[in-house]
Design a protein around this ligand. Structure first.
Ligand code: ADP
Ligand code: MG
Length: 700
């Protein structure tokens, strides 16, 4: 190949420094390669030419052949518009310009045949087209233009500076001329023939200049597959390298702690899903590789006990373990829960959070370093440099979406060689996304709730039905149940939100007066000790109502609480609502989630509420969430490259993703270092990818 695709875009004929600058800044196109990979957002069918008398009202993006017979200026409120009369053998219509009128008058030729292209409007008895794309019929016929007209991504700046869609097509055309449309094939013949994928040259040509719908579809399929395939290939290779390079501590014995807990202290029978995940963890810990596992399980699916039993495996092999949780409340709760089990097993467990006293800290630091302390529970405080382990064997991170990647990797370095890592999340990341974002982690899923759980009943109520809701609360409390009432707290709105919370608390206290009713309140502005005190009162059942902000969103476990009321539910995101709902339904009783909203709801809010009412399945909710918000907002995905997909769509192309992952996996299974001659093309492309983009670095 004569043209190097890494050539800066400035060198392409017709681009030049100014346009190159715009392309770089506005579209991130630096090289020929970037330009080829700038794929159209959509296509317009230009196989049809319309006669003026065939035009339909609201006929989108059509092309009409005709002549401009004259111009006139029409005054309007501000400035004037230029109107050209456009005529064919069936009638006349108007072409309208609001800007650039001087240029139009000087450059367009009267009584010459043009192809006008654009959206038609119906305005006072006439069809008109504003700012049409105009092309002389002669040129139109000569252009290497496809029937399906691609529409390229653009910005206001680009179109203002004359880089219109037509210009983009021209630039693209020039690129194909200079490269002769020859590009390096990136998929093996075997794979292509197995999946009936068209070759690279033909795919690139047809995605930019499609001749027919069918060719376009085949081109897109091939390119989407390729894109997803190489992402998966990179992730899987990374995982393999990781496993071979980084030695883990082999926990080869299942010891006394584990066995004794399993035989004598198991508080309930494990679900099959819990057993399966424990086996997966056990297999990792028993091997020589370092475990890097993501445990996904819906709220209430029982991840804690799986974590604890994994911790026991570490302790049984004379290693220490830690469990890190994102909030103080959650750490305290984990500590209290696990301490009970630890006492029975003579395991030394401590809690370390931001509010741990200095004297206590010193004791913890020392016991950690000399190995007396087996298990440390806590918040980010665990990450402080002063916290040094004698031999940390397993780090568990709960609600991992709350932590950044940097924090994850900091835990890694708590040891000379990295501990096994188990990250747990209940914020259900859709499987597809998890696969692409966390493809380098092994994933375990608890897809089964403990038995006897009744599905939570969720309803949506408007504020005006508050009295009925209060009556319902009263009945539930009479039955001995406890109630959460949660208020939104958004940073930008903090003052107002605190006021709402306090008003709410007052009105609850009025409607549910002491001494018959006791109400707790917990929010972020309280001192940790006060928060903890109020939490404890609620956990012990001394208070029946807990008024709170979303501080209780993650992980709080009070099985006797059976009603979750979310105030201003329209202001919460789906995953937050799902998390909140997960605070109830933890005991054997029927639980309820009541979503209170005002009357005015956006269509997005409506969808969220309907989804919550319609399903309890966290994964289903996550899919809707992803659809509503796009992957960009899902925590942890920002830099993952999922957003940088050039042609594939992580949601719509899920089936292609599965296919790509399947093939990447099976190729690497047979030939993990890609040494077979038929796989050279993969190896070559993989190396190129590493050279030119480093988007996957961020994944630990
Ligand atoms: P999450 O996955 O949300 O962290 P937890 O680990 O807090 O869930 O468990 C939720 C509740 O379910 C706890 O009260 C826990 O004791 C209980 N639980 C967990 N596993 C089982 C099981 N196999 N059978 C019965 N109850 C269980
Ligand atoms: Mg939990």
């Amino acid at each position: 190949m004569s043209v190097n695709l890494q050539t800066p875009i400035d060198y392409l004929k017709g681009v030049g420094p100014n346009r190159a600058d715009l392309l770089r800044k506005e579209l991130g196109v630096h090289t020929y390669q970037d330009l080829i990979n700038l794929f159209p957002n959509r296509y317009i069918d230009r196989t049809q030419y319309y006669k003026i008398n065939q035009l339909q009202r609201n006929n989108a993006d059509v092309q009409v052949i005709g002549k401009i017979t004259g111009f006139k200026e029409v005054a309007q409120k501000r400035g004037k518009r230029l109107v050209g009369t456009f005529q064919d053998d069936t009638g006349t219509m108007e072409l309208v310009w609001f800007r650039g009128q001087k240029w139009i008058r000087e450059n367009l030729k009267l009584n010459t045949t043009y192809v006008a292209f654009g959206k038609t409007n119906w305005f006072s008895g006439k069809f008109s087209m504003a700012h049409p794309e105009l092309e002389l019929l002669d040129e139109h016929e000569q252009n290497m233009r496809s029937a399906m007209q691609p529409v390229y991504p653009s910005t206001e700046k680009l179109s203002n500076r004359g880089i219109t869609n037509r210009m983009m097509s021209k630039i693209m055309q020039q690129l194909f001329i200079e490269t002769k449309g020859r590009f390096t094939e990136t998929l093996s013949d075997n794979l292509r023939s197995e999946l009936k994928l068209i070759n690279k040259d033909s795919a690139l040509f047809n995605v930019h200049f499609p001749k027919t719908q069918d060719l376009l579809s085949r081109a897109q399929f091939r390119l989407k597959f390729e894109e997803l395939f190489y992402i998966q290939l990179q992730l899987i290779i990374k995982n393999l390298i990781h496993k071979s390079k980084i030695k883990g501590f082999p926990f080869d014995q299942v010891g006394t702690h584990f066995n004794s807990f399993f035989k004598d202290h198991l508080p309930f029978e494990l679900t099959n899903a819990q057993k399966r995940v424990l086996k997966e963890v056990r297999a990792d810990l028993g091997s020589n590789a370092q475990m890097n596992r993501l445990l996904q399980g819906d709220v209430g699916s029982g991840k804690t006990i799986v974590a604890f039993m994994s911790i026991l495996m570490a302790l049984d092999n004379d290693f220490q373990a830690c469990l890190m949780a994102p909030t103080e409340i959650l750490s305290v709760q984990h500590f209290n829960g696990l301490q009970e089990w630890c006492n029975k097993l003579n395991i030394n467990i401590k809690l370390l959070t931001g509010s741990t006293k200095t004297s206590e800290r010193r004791i913890i630091h020392e016991a950690l370093e000399n190995g007396e302390l087996h298990l440390l529970i806590g918040t980010h405080a665990l990450l402080e440099d002063k916290v040094k382990f004698k031999n940390l064997g397993l780090a568990v991170i709960d609600e991992q979406h709350r932590f950044g990647v940097a924090q994850r990797s900091k835990l890694w370095h708590k040891n000379t060689s990295p501990p096994h890592v188990l990250v747990m999340t209940a914020t259900p990341i859709p499987r597809t996304l998890a696969m692409s974002v966390y493809g380098d982690l092994d994933i375990s899923i608890i897809d089964e709730l403990p038995p006897g759980r009744k599905a939570i009943k969720t309803v949506h109520r408007f504020d005006k039905n508050r009295l009925k809701v209060f009556r319902f609360i009263r009945d539930e409390i009479d039955k001995g149940r406890q109630i959460y009432i949660v208020y939104p707290l958004i940073q930008e709105n903090e003052k107002m939100d605190y006021k709402d919370l306090m008003d709410g608390y007052e009105s609850i206290s009025r409607d549910f007066p002491m001494p018959k009713y006791q109400t707790s309140i917990v929010h972020g502005k309280m001192k940790p000790a006060d928060k903890e005190y109020e939490m404890q009162r609620f956990i012990k059942g001394e208070t029946q109502i807990m008024v709170a902000t979303t501080v209780i969103e993650v992980g709080v476990n009070v099985p006797n609480a059976s009603v979750m009321i979310v105030e201003s539910a329209e202001r919460f995101g789906l995953s937050q609502l799902h998390q909140l709902r997960g605070r109830v339904g933890r005991g054997a009783e029927q639980s309820y989630c009541i979503l209170m909203t005002s009357h005015k709801l956006s269509s997005n809010s409506k969808t969220r509420l309907e989804t919550m009412v319609g399903t309890n399945d966290g994964f289903e909710i996550a899919e809707v969430d992803l659809r509503l918000r796009g992957p960009g907002d899902i925590m942890g995905t920002q830099q993952s490259g999922v957003l940088n997909l050039k042609i594939a769509d992580i949601i719509k192309d899920n089936d292609i993703l599965q296919l790509a992952r399947h093939h990447a996996k099976s190729i690497l299974k047979i030939d993990p270092s890609l040494t077979l001659s038929e796989n050279q093309v993969f190896l070559h492309t993989y190396k190129q990818l590493g050279k030119y983009k480093n988007i996957w670095n961020y994944i630990s």
